[in-house]
Design a protein around this ligand. Structure first.
Ligand SMILES: Cc1cc2nc3c(=O)[nH]c(=O)nc-3n(C[C@H](O)[C@H](O)[C@H](O)COP(=O)(O)OP(=O)(O)OC[C@H]3O[C@@H](n4cnc5c(N)ncnc54)[C@H](O)[C@@H]3O)c2cc1C
Ligand code: FES
Ligand code: FES
Length: 1392
């Protein structure tokens, strides 16, 4: 490239301001740049494009399309050097908490933000959608979030809030153009005659903001509140069984449904969304893109940027951005080893996860020749580097232009693109990037191959075309020569008689890479015979392949003929059979998928998911009449700060002078003796490495956790792959991490055990046993009609809080003091462990927690280690030290939910009554105790779930294995215990040929029954909730409807499950059942509350502020909670066990009550005066305006050795009904409807509690369905290290119809809790398993049809693989690998 015309600076606009960066850091992503400038609203959740926390909007002028394009983009995969000429808008560019943008306001006030860490990403995805289309449909709104993950909310409130942007225009009968022009149109109905949306709006009135709202004072009229089912044609959003309605108020609560009333009141106050008020696209950038800037103005130029940094610490040292094809080819000639980069979605992940270095990178995004789209009579040609989003639009356009038959191939591509990554990736990723990567699981390549597409390659020597069938020559290798560029891909139009379909099966429907994917094409002649066929598969070989045998078998056959299909399937299976140990694993499933796809295709069953149902939700609760504040559905107090990006998390804190970062040296052995640590190479890295720290540098105690059986840094032995062995302290995170990889640790290997089954077989246990023996199990079994033996298993679960663990340690420079800012649920333990490790009194260590981006138990104990590492570094260097884990580090280091294995012998009557149960359970504790004994106790004490079992022998042990130390996770063993028993009940029901809900029902506890841990159930609401929910959700009718559906449907089966839960509230360790608070009233009347609980999104601070406001008789706005700190609330319990509101709420109440009592005389004397004046008067009167509160749970304490005492203070209870539809050919499924009724006593904040229920449910559903935590058995290394291969539920996975209701008429007189409320954080999680059991029900329907009579043993999680294989149809049978062929082979991955 001609250096005189090149530029080495990038020019862009950031939130409306022009920015020029001279010689940008070539290794820096846009995310890192933004955060370094203080714009920390954009978050790092994964760094690999998989979570959406880093979403920003990038706008550019598209010269080809002559329009401004706004795109949501993952800033974590966007190199800074590529933003030249763009306008970047971050969450800070929209609004502030004081003046929020409508998107920020609506998500905040409709409860769409809990911990807030994902929230800016959601805000930006929706904002980008609205900038492109201010009048989106509800479907477009749902789909715009396909690249965003939220771990807290369960998505429903986010979707609800976002859909107000669809409703707004809809309700007003208006549409809004991209330029902001508002058209008044006919009101739109949903397409059904007489739709309720078209009814007269008699009881609705126009709100100031333009939205139609219900007047809370008026009872809804029948027209307004009624479902459109009142018309004969049924509700527009209902199916035969899932009766959602476009009117959300068919609650039966009518006026009393306070959830609707509160929602309407909030919506009424929303600002109108006015698209004309958005930040404009700078006109200068249009001229810049067109190359028409005036003299004296900067011009678009080719970029040539050299990093100037040593190659040893750079991933890229030279960055070129040519602007023409000849310039690109010349640059490639000059730098034959250069890496071409387009969307960077593949290259960026290689750099991030494999730390690949590409010294010279050539960006191809601005080459017009690579973005051309043309067509001939034969087909359409797409420039290699058009984005996939543009590709989608073009495919739609061509489909409309040329009609369905000619564009069968294009439609198949469109179908697979629908499930290709998330919007943010599709907005940048390109066709060429996908094709040239040559991934065997590419979604496009099989379709290209099957459709006879070809690529055109260009180099300085000319052009050539290569058919796609010849393009892939090996694993990630193509027929391209080093100096060639992929210019375009041409897809032929289809002839008459051609049928083309694409299929993709992944672990999760949205934003997931394929397990198996395919493009299938046949040409059917006039006589109905297959004249030509192409079946191309990805995910079954190192490259995309054609199933030539199956193709040959198809040709000449009659299309659709079932006998012919058998031959085709047989040929396919012979040819694509996989070895048991195949890389990627799932050999039988993948084999079964290849034939299942063909069977679907042959039966013309390929149905588009376009008709996927929209998500509707309903929340129901009653108004609270007797309290001013407590009980109301107040939004999370920090919600607006979270939606605007103002809320600060640990890693958002500005860098302190001289700050160092920690790089973790991780063990590369599962179990080994350390024979040496050589840090010389790391220290030689002359780039800011300050020190390497090992166990020998720990000044005080090097052991921690309650059993003191774990070293902070290991001295002699490592116990799991990924264990931190040493720390590197350096001036930047990148250098610290790079240097850590240069530290050489040598080992002598020791035997390792990974799985709970292996550990049980080897007797690898920790010493503790927990048991609950009641009655005479032997006698009960002898008496039983049926005695069954079996086992149940449930797998691990990664917390996947969106904010990975982080800590910042600031040495105080005197007295050995250190201040810690940590993302921890347990500041007191951080303080104590750090003090012990440093050898200083605890009074010298302060741990402060502002908020966490989610915790879910994962930051209860394991966060201590992260804070300890930072503190150790700070102590040794005297400098501030920051450690913010990357997602992969967090997942490897931190510990998960305990997997459990249960072995049972049960005796039942013929009617299904359980007489006796012997259940021995084993958890996988990992390498150290951590909290495993507590988890075990809760598991053992929840084995009964809601059932009376007269004789029990519940025994539990914790296995010692060579994995991370498994730890607390919402539900804390309780949900594992319940799942083991419920799985057993299903197998019992199978054997008795009884419906499992019948078995459940007849065994339910009655009030007054006594549990196996000797606790009488007086406050017992499960039986009535069971009946109420059954009636309300029309369970019996729906059961019949499901059975009828299943009779008439061969491959799609529905399932239904009704599941109860009870969850004991209290810490198992008696002394933890205490809470404390410190409340100050200042002389201006403001109130500062400190208490022992931490805020991780669960709304604890909001609830505590409500308690304080109610008790002090003040408005909520008078109360402020700044943080949780060990110097204001000492010796606190972790925020855990769903008990924090109980414990700290009472403590806050006690302090506030004392203050209220002290102020009472002043208030009486000064009635009607402002509180500030009252406070000031009291102060002048020397009244103490500070009070400390303390509370300890009465009567609590259980002796396991004697089975005596009170284990739980009370039980939070609930019932759920789930209905699913399963595609038995693939194992993918949809949750059609879920109804939940939850007894949370008299809730402190009903909206927050509904949010907890929905969020916990989604987590439980994820745990038991899509979340599979896997290890490589050969090395003990964790396989699932990020969102790329660990799949939490996405917005599309949540129930399409999600109804949550609080039990309102329960007797709360027995509750001695704060305002008679119950803990809610953990209890609803188990109800997520109702989806697991509904899926099991659907599988049973298929098995019955297939004539399989054996009880179904189904382990959690029920992934698509588990479900497909459990169907046991003929295709599965044929895919099975004979045991003899498995012998001696190690599977690719294992559950532990
Ligand atoms: C979160 C996430 C989800 C994903 N989901 C999917 C999915 O569902 N399905 C799927 O198939 N893939 C998926 N991918 C993979 C990836 O996004 C695609 O392969 C994408 O199409 C790559 O395009 P890109 O422009 O970003 O490529 P880049 O990363 O820029 O480049 C990839 C490769 O292509 C080469 N290249 C680019 N342009 C040219 C050209 N014109 N000539 C020659 N070589 C060129 C580059 O040199 C490089 O080797 C996903 C990736 C991420 C990060
Ligand atoms: S941080 Fe960018 S997608 Fe997760
Ligand atoms: S609010 Fe979405 S991850 Fe916490």
């Amino acid at each position: 490239m001609d250096s005189s015309t090149n530029s080495s600076s990038v020019l862009f606009y950031l939130n409306g301001q022009r920015v020029v960066v001279e010689s940008p850091d070539l290794d820096q992503t846009l995310l890192q740049y933004l955060r370094s400038t203080g714009l920390t609203g954009t978050k790092l959740g994964c760094g690999e494009g998989g979570c959406g926390a880093c979403t920003v909007m990038i706008s550019r002028y598209d010269v080809d399309e002559s329009r401004i394009v706004h795109a949501s983009v993952n800033a974590c995969l966007c190199p800074l050097a590529t933003v030249d000429g763009k306008h970047i808008i971050t969450v800070e560019g929209l609004g502030t908490a004081a003046r929020p943008h409508p998107v920020q306001e609506r998500i905040a006030l409709l409860h769409g933000s809990q911990c807030g860490f994902c929230t800016p990403g959601f805000v930006m995805s929706l904002y980008a959608l609205l900038r492109n289309n201010p009048n989106p449909t509800e479907l477009e709104i749902e789909e715009c979030f396909d690249g965003n993950l939220c771990r807290c909310t369960g998505y429903r409130p986010i979707l609800d809030a976002a859909k107000t942007f669809a409703d707004q225009a809809w309700k007003q009968g208006k549409s809004i153009d991209a330029d902001g022009t508002v058209h008044v149109a006919e009101p739109k109905g949903c397409g059904i005659e007489g739709c309720c949306r078209l009814q007269p709006k008699s009881a609705a009135e126009q709100a100031p903001g333009g939205a139609i709202v219900h007047d809370p004072a008026k009872a809804p009229t029948s027209v307004d509140s009624g479902c459109c089912k009142t018309s004969d044609s049924g509700c527009c959003k209902s199916s035969e069984t899932s009766s959602g309605c476009c009117k959300s108020s068919d609650s039966g609560y009518g006026e009393a449904n306070q959830a609707e009333v509160e929602k309407a009141a909030v919506i009424a106050k929303f600002q109108t969304y006015d698209p004309t008020q958005e930040l404009i696209f700078p006109p200068f950038l249009i001229r810049y893109a067109k190359g028409t800037t005036g003299s004296g103005e900067p011009q678009l130029k080719p970029l040539d940027i050299a990093s100037g940094k040593p190659a040893s610490i750079s991933w890229c040292t030279r960055f070129l951005r040519p602007l023409t094809l000849p310039a690109l080819l010349a640059a490639l000639e000059q730098h034959p080893d250069a890496k071409l980069v387009a969307g960077n979605s593949e290259v960026g992940v290689e750099i991030k996860t494999r730390r690949a270095k590409f010294a010279v990178q050539i960006n191809v995004n601005d080459i017009p020749e690579l973005r051309r789209i043309s067509e001939t009579a034969q087909g359409a040609t797409f420039g290699g580097n058009i984005s996939l989003a543009r590709f989608e639009r073009e495919l739609d356009r061509l489909g409309e232009k040329h009609g369905v038959q000619r564009t069968q191939s294009l439609a198949a591509l469109r179908e697979n693109l629908r499930y290709f990554a998330g919007s943010q990736i599709r907005n940048v990723a390109t066709i060429a990037g996908n094709v040239v990567t040559a991934s065997p699981i590419s979604d496009l390549n099989p379709v290209f191959m099957a459709t006879n597409a070809y690529v055109t390659l260009v180099s300085l020597t000319g052009q050539r075309t290569v058919p796609m069938a010849d393009f892939f020559v090996g694993y990630r290798r193509t027929a391209m020569k080093p100096n060639e560029v992929l210019l375009s891909v041409t897809v032929p139009f289809n002839a008459d008689g051609e049928v083309v379909r694409a299929f993709k099966q992944a672990k999760r429907k949205d934003d997931d890479i394929a397990i198996v994917t395919c493009g299938l094409r046949v040409l059917v002649d006039a006589s109905g015979r297959v004249a030509d066929a192409a079946f191309a598969y990805g995910g079954v070989a190192p490259t995309t392949v054609l199933a030539r045998g199956a193709m040959a078998a198809a040709i000449g056959s009659t299309w659709g003929d079932s006998a012919a299909l058998e031959r085709v399937l047989d040929a396919c299976r012979q040819e694509l059979r996989l070895d048991y140990a195949v890389p990627g694993g799932m050999a039988e499933y993948r084999t079964a998928l290849t034939t299942s796809f063909l069977a679907k295709f042959w039966a013309a069953q390929a149905h588009s998911e376009r008709d996927r149902r929209l998500c509707v939700g309903r929340q129901e609760y009653a108004a609270v009449a007797d309290r001013a504040i407590v009980g109301k559905g107040v939004a999370h107090m920090a919600a607006l700060k979270q939606t605007t990006g103002e809320a600060r998390y640990v890693d958002d804190m500005p860098a302190l002078a001289g700050e160092l970062h920690v790089g973790l040296v991780l063990s590369s052995r599962a179990h080994a003796r350390i024979t040496g640590i050589d840090a010389s190479k790391a220290l030689a890295l002359d780039a800011g490495v300050v020190r390497v720290v090992t166990a020998r540098d720990v000044p005080g105690g090097n052991t921690w956790n309650i059993f003191h059986d774990e070293e902070i840094l290991p001295r002699d032995e490592v116990h799991f792959y990924g264990q931190p062995v040493a720390l590197v302290l350096a001036t930047s995170q990148r250098v610290a991490q790079d240097a850590a990889r240069l530290v050489v640790v040598s080992y002598d290997d020791l035997p390792a055990v990974l799985t709970v089954r292996d550990a049980v077989a080897q007797g690898a246990f920790f010493a503790e046993t927990r048991q609950l023996i009641t009655g005479d199990v032997g006698a009960a079994l002898a008496e039983a009609d049926l005695v069954m033996e079996g086992s149940s298993y449930c797998g691990a679960q990664e917390h996947f809080y969106l904010e990975a663990m982080a800590a910042l340690a600031v040495p105080q420079g005197e007295d050995g003091a250190v201040e810690l800012f940590a993302s921890t649920q347990n500041p007191a333990e951080v303080q104590m462990v750090v003090a012990e490790m440093l050898g200083v009194p605890a009074s010298r260590v302060v741990c402060r927690v502002k908020r966490m981006g989610g915790g879910f138990g994962g930051k209860e104990s394991r966060s201590v280690l992260v804070a300890a590492f930072a503190a150790l570094g700070a102590h040794l260097t005297g400098r501030s030290v920051r450690l913010a884990l990357d997602r992969d580090e967090d997942m490897q280091v931190s510990g998960q939910r305990h997997p459990f294995l249960g072995r049972w012998t049960v005796g039942v009557t013929r009617e299904g009554r359980i007489l006796g149960l012997r259940m021995h359970v084993f958890s996988n504790g990992g390498f150290s105790h951590d909290l495993s004994v507590g988890v075990l106790e809760r598991a053992v004490s929840h084995l009964d779930n809601c059932y009376r079992i007269a004789a029990t022998e519940f025994v539990g042990r914790v296995c010692r294995t060579n994995t991370q130390s498994n730890t607390a996770f919402r539900g804390f063993g309780g949900c594992q215990g319940m799942l083991l028993t419920e799985s057993m009940l299903c197998e019992v029901a199978d054997r008795l040929h009884l419906p499992v809900d019948r078995v459940r029902e007849i065994n339910l506890y009655k009030a007054g029954d006594v549990t196996p841990f000797s606790q009488r159930l007086d406050d017992w609401n499960v039986p009535r909730m069971w009946l109420q929910l059954k009636a309300k959700a029309a369970y019996d009718d729906r059961r019949r409807a499901v059975d009828a559906f299943n009779k008439n449907s061969r491959h799609a089966k529905r399932g239904l499950a009704l599941l109860p839960t009870k969850f004991g509230i209290s810490f198992g360790v008696k002394h933890l059942n205490q809470g404390m608070s410190l409340v100050h009233i200042y002389t201006d009347g403001s109130v500062l509350v400190a208490h022992g609980g931490t805020e991780m999104g669960q709304g604890l601070h909001t609830k505590m502020a409500m308690v304080a406001a109610e008790t002090l008789g003040l408005p909520l706005s008078a109360i402020f909670i700044s943080e949780t700190a060990t110097n204001t609330a000492a010796n606190t319990s972790p925020t855990a066990a769903s008990a924090s509101s109980d414990l700290n709420g009472m403590a806050v109440y006690n302090a506030c009550k004392e203050l209220a009592d002290r102020l009472k005389p002043y208030r009486e004397r000064m009635a009607g005066e402002p509180f500030a004046k009252i406070a000031k008067t009291a102060y002048l009167d020397r009244c103490n305006l500070t009070a400390a509160g303390h509370y300890c749970t009465p009567d609590i304490g259980f002796d396991w050795s004697k089975n005596e005492g009170m284990l739980y203070f009370y039980f939070t209870q609930g019932v759920a009904i789930a209905e699913v539809e399963l595609d038995t050919l693939t194992g993918s499924h949809s949750t059609l409807r879920v109804d939940i009724m939850m007894d949370v006593g008299r809730s402190l904040n009903k909206a927050i509690d509904i949010g907890q229920i929905e969020g916990a449910f989604a987590q439980g559903m994820g745990w038991t369905t899509c979340e599979e935590f896997l290890y490589f058995p050969s090395s003990g290394r964790l396989f699932t290290q990020g969102p790329g291969n660990y799949k939490i539920p996405s917005a599309m996975d949540i129930p399409r119809d999600f109804r949550v209701e609080l039990l309102e008429d329960g007797d709360t007189s027995m509750l001695k809790t704060i305002f008679s409320s119950k803990g809610v954080g953990e209890p609803p999680l188990f109800l997520g398993a109702s989806v697991f059991f509904a899926l099991r029900d659907a599988v049973m329907a298929k098995r019955q049809e297939e004539g399989v009579d054996a009880p179904l043993h189904m382990e959690s999680p029920a992934t698509p693989e588990t479900l497909r294989l459990a169907c046991e149809d003929s295709l599965v049978q044929l895919a099975r690998i004979p045991e003899a062929l498995k012998k001696g082979k190690v599977p690719f991955t294992v559950r532990i």
